[in-house]
Design a protein around this ligand. Structure first.
Ligand SMILES: *[C@@H]1O[C@H](CO)[C@@H](O)[C@H](O)[C@H]1NC(C)=O
Ligand SMILES: *[C@@H]1O[C@H](CO)[C@@H](O)[C@H](O)[C@H]1NC(C)=O
Ligand SMILES: *[C@@H]1O[C@H](CO)[C@@H](O)[C@H](O)[C@H]1NC(C)=O
Ligand SMILES: *[C@@H]1O[C@H](CO)[C@@H](O)[C@H](O)[C@H]1NC(C)=O
Ligand SMILES: *[C@@H]1O[C@H](CO)[C@@H](O)[C@H](O)[C@H]1NC(C)=O
Ligand SMILES: [Zn+2]
Ligand SMILES: [Zn+2]
Length: 493
């Protein structure tokens, strides 16, 4: 019976290795980068203006390139938090860079201390169904021997300890930190001796700032793109020098695009502006009418503004915006047509050369998406997908189960060389089973040969046995086999 035992030991080793030698020696590594306001067509335009971006080109030619449809309103905090949670703005609750919560009776104005206040980042309730990706990654590692850690170098919401939990590495926002320093630190976190991360996140304010200041049509914007490309090149070199570049998946994306400003719409031209409070910033404002003024504000503004402005009652906001079901969205939402800014009146007006925030179906509002690494296809140009889909994609890349979200993995799985991680596991499993079966087969053949040899020897020495002695002989034969296997086992040590 010893050969059966050996078979079991072999099978155990096989399946043990399946779990530990193959699948789980190393955690999947992912680096998410956002360059704020990086319009989807900036790289092509840079080329047409004679600027070179060899490092973006390297990632694209060996990876995946796409345009992303972001979420309404196409502003910075709302869209970064959508990328981090896979939720529409009405579902994660960061519905503007500046917003009023009627339950808290407080205004979120993007103050440093508000970054730490959980209530702004959990949809205003402990019963929130969402979970930022940096927590999802760490939570998935709690039950496994390999600890999953996240490191975030700036991202809206990253400083808030949701569910009482702090991620391993997080930085207090400070816009003056140079891009090179952010990149160096995140790469170092992956190499950290005490607390290495498997998920790194990085945010940078450009080319958004330049886009506002000089407008996206000014050729100088491409000098900013070239500068970012240089930094990207240095980061790639650093990743290569520590042997990380070939086994890390990198996503470079953004929150929105940018459009040239061609005119200003003044609300004071259409309605008595003392009838409401307003929150948010051009080109989308949330209006909270003073008590009893809802009808006056809405009817007057809608009629007087005509096609100059889109004016919606909260309940009539087009379903395509997924921007209605949240208490922070005020009773009236006013949005300007593409290229126009909204001001309250002429004395209270600040505008720049470029802006964003408009209808998320406008291509000028769409950001870029680049995917590079072992999981991504090579030189693949994809059709556009929604930025809520980036969340389930990142969960798949991190090999964790995706928490509740509004995205759909089916919309992005074509970006990947393998369908998903379970097919990898399945393949490994099939190979391991085949291996074990082959070994078992070899052992059984060997066993039969020994049996045959023993029987043959009996045959030569004795007269043909009758039924009883066959039974006896077979028992002897099995004894012989186990002897053989035992001595082989011992030789092996
Ligand atoms: C473009 O931007 C540059 C500097 O960033 C500025 O000097 C120049 O005046 C701008 N050109 C136009 C046409 O606005
Ligand atoms: C605007 O409304 C306020 C309050 O109802 C009123 O006092 C003021 O006269 C109005 N202004 C104009 C220009 O109608
Ligand atoms: C966020 O809160 C709104 C109410 O303000 C609710 O309708 C929505 O379902 C919540 N989303 C999630 C994901 O919990
Ligand atoms: C313009 O709007 C600002 C902000 O609401 C307000 O404080 C100011 O009184 C307004 N000015 C005029 C001339 O109506
Ligand atoms: C948003 O823009 C798209 C494309 O121009 C247009 O078809 C759609 O009607 C717009 N939606 C709204 C609510 O204005
Ligand atoms: Zn932005
Ligand atoms: Zn901006």
């Amino acid at each position: 019976m010893r050969w059966k035992l050996s078979f079991l030991v072999l099978f155990y080793l096989g399946s043990h290795c399946l779990q530990n030698c193959v699948g789980h020696t190393e955690l999947p590594k992912l680096l998410l980068i956002s360059f704020d306001g990086f319009r989807w067509d900036y790289l092509d335009k840079a080329k047409s203006f004679g600027r070179h971006t060899p490092n973006f080109d390297l990632l694209i030619s060996n990876g995946v390139l796409a345009t992303v449809k972001n979420t309404f309103i196409t502003k910075t905090f709302p869209n970064h938090y959508t990328i981090a949670t896979g939720l529409y703005e009405e579902n994660h609750g960061v519905i503007a860079n500046n917003m009023y919560d009627p339950v808290f009776k407080e205004v979120f104005t993007n103050q440093p201390e508000q970054s730490y206040e959980v209530k702004w980042w959990n949809n205003g309730t402990d019963a929130w169904l969402g979970e930022p990706i940096w927590f999802a990654n760490e939570r998935a590692g709690l039950s496994s021997p390999l600890k999953r850690r996240s490191g975030v170098y700036f991202w809206p919401g990253s400083e808030a300890p949701i569910g009482g939990h702090h991620i391993t590495h997080v930085k207090t926002y400070k816009s003056s930190v140079p891009l090179a320093e952010r990149m160096d630190q995140v790469v170092n976190w992956f190499q950290d001796e005490e607390a290495p991360i498997n998920f790194g996140v990085l945010y940078y304010e450009e080319p958004d700032s330049a886009g506002h200041r000089i407008g996206p049509k000014n050729e100088s914007i491409y000098d900013v793109i070239v500068d970012i490309d240089d930094h990207l090149g240095n980061m790639i070199k650093k990743l290569q020098s520590v042997g990380l570049f070939d086994n890390i998946n990198i996503i470079v994306t953004s929150d929105h695009g940018m459009v040239e400003i061609v005119g200003i719409k003044y609300l004071s031209d259409y309605v008595n502006t003392s009838w409401f409070e307003y929150y948010g910033s051009s080109p989308v404002l949330n209006l909270l009418p003073k008590p009893g003024r809802l009808h006056d504000v809405y009817e007057t503004l809608k009629k007087a503004a005509g096609s100059n402005l889109h004016v919606y009652l909260k309940e009539d906001i087009p379903a395509e915006y997924h921007y209605s079901y949240n208490r922070r969205i005020q009773p009236i939402v006013v949005s300007a047509p593409e290229g126009y800014d909204i001001c309250i009146n002429k004395s209270s007006c600040y505008t720049e050369k470029g802006n964003h925030g408009y209808n998320n179906s406008l291509t000028s509002m769409h950001p870029i998406f680049i995917g590079h690494g072992p999981a991504f296809k090579h030189g693949y140009k994809s059709a556009s997908f929604d930025n809520v889909d980036i969340y389930p994609l990142m969960c798949a890349l991190l090999n964790i189960e995706a928490p509740h979200n509004d995205g759909n993995m089916d919309h992005v799985k074509h970006l990947l060389v393998k369908l998903d991680n379970s097919s990898v596991t399945l393949l490994t499993y099939v190979i391991a089973i085949a291996f074990v079966a082959t070994i078992a087969g070899v052992m059984m053949v060997a066993a039969l040969r020994v049996q045959h040899y023993q029987r043959h020897r009996h045959h030569l020495l004795k007269t043909p046995p009758h039924m009883n002695s066959i039974f006896v002989h077979e028992q002897t034969d099995i004894e012989g086999q186990s002897h053989l296997l035992t001595s082989e086992d011992e030789e092996g040590h």
